[in-house]
Structure formats: C-alpha cells, structure tokens
Design a protein around this ligand. Structure first.
Ligand code: ASP
Ligand code: MG
Length: 419
C-alpha cells in the first residue's frame, strides 16, 4: 500500500522538461559545465530531461563567413552542412559535461533522431520528429542532448532552420515528447516590457501571452525565434524564458486565460531591420498595387508596412512601403526593372528608419491606444512616417535618430516604467 502510494507520488510530481541553452550559455567549456548544472538540478528533482543546445556564441556567424568567403553564390545545401556544425560540437560537449557529473547522457544529432524537415535549405521547416526511441530512453532515466537548428530532408540532406532556429528545435521537441515545460535558457532573465539596454525602467514580465510574444518576436524583440513562438502556441507548449546565470522563474509564455494582470499594453518592440521605399507618382488605377507587390512576392521579398494615399487629382499618387533591409537591394533592382510597366516617376529609398510597435492583447477591448502613441510621439516632435496595425499591435515607422527617445517616452506613457 505504502509503496504504491509512493509510486503514485512519483508519477504525479515527475515532470518532463526540455531545456534549451543559447549560444552565450554554451560559449565555452566552463559555461557548458554551468549549463549542465541546470540540467542536473532537474534530474535531481526526479524529472526527465532532454537538452537542446545552440552553437557557441559567435561560431555560427564565423561559419556563415567561411561559406561566403568560399562561395558568394553558394549552394544552400552545402551552406547547411557547414553552418549546422557548430551545434554538433556543443552537443557532444554537453553530453560529456553531464557524464562527468555522473548523469547518464547521450547525444542525438538531427539526422540520428531524425528531425525531418522540408528542403528549404537555410530556413527549413520541421515536418516531423521521430521521438519514439528518445521517449523510451527518457522514461528509463537517460538524458538526451540534441543540437538545435539541425534537420534532415526526405532525401537525407542536412538542413538548418534559419538563424535563431534552436528555439524552434526545442519547442518542436517539447511538443513531440509531450513535455510539461520547455525552458529557454539565455543571458537575460526573461522577457522585458522593452529592451532594457535602451529603456532602463523596463520591467521583466512574469507572464506574457503567446500572441503578444509572437508580435514581440516578429516586431524585433530578439529573445525568441518567431517560429518557435508560433509552434508553442499551436501545440500549447508552456515556454519559460530564463537565465542560465541567475536563478529565477523567468517569463512564462502561455495562454491568455492564465494571465490575471490586465495591462492594455504589455510591451514595446523595435526593429532596425526595415527600410522604406517610396514610389513617386504612381498612376492611381486598378491593378497598380498588384503590379508592384506581385513581382516582389514572387521574388520572396516580404513587404511589411504599406501606405497609399488617394490622388487629389485622381491621376497620380505615391505608394510607400517597407521591406527587410536584407531584401532591400533586390527590391530596388526589381522595381527599377518595372519602372516602365508600373509607370511611376521615381523611387526614394530610406534605410535610416526604425519601426516601433506597442503590443498588448488588451487593445482588443480598449480604445485610444493608437491615439496615445501618436500624441506621445508628437509631443516629442517625432514625425510618424508609416503606420500599420493589427488587433493587438500598433506600429509606426520613424526616423532612426529618434528611436531611443520614442521608446522611453512610450514606455512611460503606457505606464510600463518600473518605480
Ligand atoms: N546557432 C544558430 C544561430 O546562431 C541557431 C541558434 O543559435 O539558435 O543562428
Ligand atoms: Mg537565440
């Protein structure tokens, strides 16, 4: 009787956890040891643990440079072979660190699991994870260590998941293993209301909804890869962002109904990764937007914000939009080629812009959020160039030089400052 009660207790309190350590957490042998202590703590608590690691900080950048130096117009399949290698090193080292602590651990490379992806090399998407063997071993008390970022196609070619993709590997694994939690260990102790390097009064959030986190990540907050948040939301994975270097609960990314606090705006994000393009004197006729944005989409250039005014004389108008800075040259060339066809007069390009976004699910039920943003910016003499909104976000494009001023002023205006 007593024995079975104890067994029941064990079943009840044991959790299955996926831990992910980012590049700064595995930057050298000493840090890997430190990270391994976080794993040991979970094992000691009786939990089943799978670990996902990034490459050592800076290594992936170095590998990308090697590829560029060898072959500027490189074959993406070989790019993946090279850049996926940083994670192999840390995976083996992490398994060794755990073994040194007396923990039964082994490594599983992406192809050994395997983690199947599509064949969009350098930005592949995970299609399936065969976790049956891992499942069995976790249950038997072994710790599994896996490289983030890696996958393999149906044709057995190595793929990578796009920069920052280890977050997505971890969430996908957590979903496949039906884990109770996915802990993303990084060098900050959670998700903040705004970048604390710019806004000193930024506060750590205890909780944030998946939707808000998704907006934060896609609007420029670099703490999680956007796709990982999307996947966590779709699979209901409880995601914690926490620090490898300090103790603490971090920030829980979860469903809206788990959040009691009722802030209208939860956070402010910014992105310097966009550039603005204005087509001057575009004929105002049906089909012109399609003639501009169709070819851009065909070339995989993502357009973010768009404004078009009506022509006063009903004939010509300007169209302004933003694209990612890395797509900027391609977009400009493409539009140049299309000048005749579209019939615009000139292109004006400006990359000294920053996009600032206020984000919060509370916007659904509160009016005046955008108004407060415009008022605050105007009081600081900051001109708003482009606006875009979603149900839970208002974004504005402003001149880059005002980024800091705008972030601080908005942070205060929405009542987010720490006392
Ligand atoms: N090492 C890869 C990168 O730097 C993946 C990751 O760290 O998430 O992008
Ligand atoms: Mg990262």
């Amino acid at each position: 009787m007593a024995a079975s009660a104890a067994a029941l207790c064990k079943v009840r309190f044991m959790a299955r956890v996926v831990q992910k350590f980012g590049g700064t957490s595995v930057a050298d042998v000493e840090r890997i040891r430190k990270a391994a202590e976080k794993t040991k703590a979970e094992v000691d608590a009786g939990n089943e643990v799978a670990v996902v690691v990034s490459a050592m900080a800076g290594v992936t950048n170095q590998l990308v440079e090697y590829v560029g130096a060898m072959s500027p117009m490189h074959d993406a399949r070989e790019y993946d072979v090279v850049v996926s290698s940083g994670e192999q090193v840390t995976t083996g080292l992490m398994a060794l660190a755990l073994q040194e602590m007396g923990i039964q651990a082994r490594s599983w490379l992406g192809w050994q699991m395997p983690i199947r992806t599509d064949d969009s090399h350098s930005r592949a998407r995970i299609k399936s994870i065969d976790s049956s063997e891992l499942d069995r071993r976790l249950t038997a008390g072994e710790v599994a260590v896996m490289p983030g970022f890696q996958g393999i196609t149906e044709k057995n070619r190595v793929t990578t998941l796009g920069r920052g993709g280890s977050d997505t590997s971890a969430v996908a694994l957590a979903a496949a293993l039906n884990a109770d939690r996915c802990d993303i260990y990084t060098d900050v102790d959670g998700v903040y209301t705004c970048d604390p390097r710019i806004v000193v009064k930024a506060q750590k959030l205890d909780r944030i909804t998946y939707e808000e986190m998704l907006e934060m990540a896609s609007q420029g907050a670099k703490v999680l890869q956007t796709r990982s948040v999307e996947m966590a939301m779709n699979h209901g994975v409880r995601l914690y962002v926490r620090s490898t270097f300090t103790d603490g609960d971090g920030t829980l990314v979860c469903d809206e109904d788990e959040i009691v606090e009722d802030q209208v705006v939860s956070g402010i994000a910014y992105s310097r990764d966009e550039a603005k393009i204005t087509l001057v004197q575009v004929p105002d006729r049906p089909g012109v937007a399609a003639a501009i944005f169709g070819p851009l989409a065909d070339e995989n250039v993502n357009v973010d914000m768009i404004v078009q005014s009506t022509a006063a004389d009903g004939a010509l108008t300007d169209i302004t939009f933003t694209v990612a800075k890395i797509d900027f040259d391609r977009a400009a060339k493409l539009l140049g080629d299309l000048q005749q066809e579209i019939g615009y007069e000139a292109v004006i390009a400006d990359s000294s812009v920053v996009k600032v976004s206020v984000i919060g699910v509370g916007m659904r039920s509160h009016a005046g959020v955008a108004q407060l943003m415009f008022k605050t910016l105007s009081e600081k003499g900051i001109n708003v160039q482009v606006i875009s909104t979603s149900e839970i976000k208002v974004s504005v494009l402003i001149a880059e030089e005002y980024a800091e001023l705008a972030l601080r002023a908005l942070h205060t205006a929405y009542g987010l400052d720490a006392d």
